[in-house]
Write a protein of this length. Structure first.
Length: 226
């Protein structure tokens, strides 16, 4: 088993050097690095932008990862490598001047401007009962509501000339089940096999895409087969 402390070293030095430091095999280091961070140490080369590095330690690793579209593990590894202390500041309180942005621009743009996550902006906006930026304002008719769940959300959206997201939200709000869902749910038996064989082997056995097996395994925090 790998500890969180060990994983923070991944990608911060050559795999061979890290293997010696941690007392692990070179293949084990490479496999874990690829599975957890997908980052590679490159001597003399740093692909991080200056504006990305400036965010390290200014916000928690999760928030930085979300803002620069990197994994939390990659952000943590880079911060540790540069010797930047972790940010323990909790941004729970909202100032009045921050709240003035809510609903005046898209949540994503407001999050980037305020240095907060999109989910934090959306949640606080809803708590304050502030409508989203440029709401459609188009009301749903009884006839439209009756169509929900009779076809896929995409088909209903095309028929009613609405977005798929709008159809999905309306259906969920009314508690209408999606009887035409094209998503194949995972069974307990399938999940038990995750990590017991290579993803490509299980994908073929389940009749699923290899990427779907990989995502489900990571969602369940199951290590890859070795």
């Amino acid at each position: 088993m790998w500890t969180r402390e060990e994983e923070t070293f991944l990608g911060t030095m050559p795999d061979r050097q890290l293997a010696k430091k941690l007392g692990r095999s070179l293949s084990s280091i490479r496999s874990r690095r690829h599975d957890v961070t997908s980052i590679r140490f490159e001597s003399g080369i740093d692909r991080w932008l200056a504006r990305e590095i400036r965010l390290l330690g200014q916000h928690n690793d999760e928030e930085v990862a979300h803002r620069i579209n990197r994994t939390v593990e990659a952000v943590r590894a880079k911060r540790v490598k540069l010797g930047i202390p972790r940010c323990d500041r909790q941004r729970t309180e909202w100032r009045e001047d921050e709240e003035q942005f809510l609903g005046t621009l898209p949540d994503l743009e407001a999050a980037e401007r305020l240095g907060r996550t999109v989910s934090a902006v959306r949640t606080h906006r809803c708590v304050k009962r502030i409508p989203p930026f440029k709401p459609t304002g188009r009301k749903w008719s009884t006839a439209e509501d009756r169509l929900l769940g009779t076809r896929t959300d995409r088909e209903i959206a095309k028929l009613l000339k609405r977005s798929v997201c709008s159809v999905l939200k309306r259906r969920l709000r009314l508690g209408v089940p999606n009887r035409c869902s094209q998503v194949v749910c995972w069974t307990a038996a399938e999940e038990k096999l995750l990590g017991t064989k290579p993803d490509r082997v299980l994908a073929k056995r389940f009749g699923r895409a290899e990427s779907a097996v990989l995502q489900r395994r990571r969602l369940k925090r199951i290590s890859q087969f070795r």
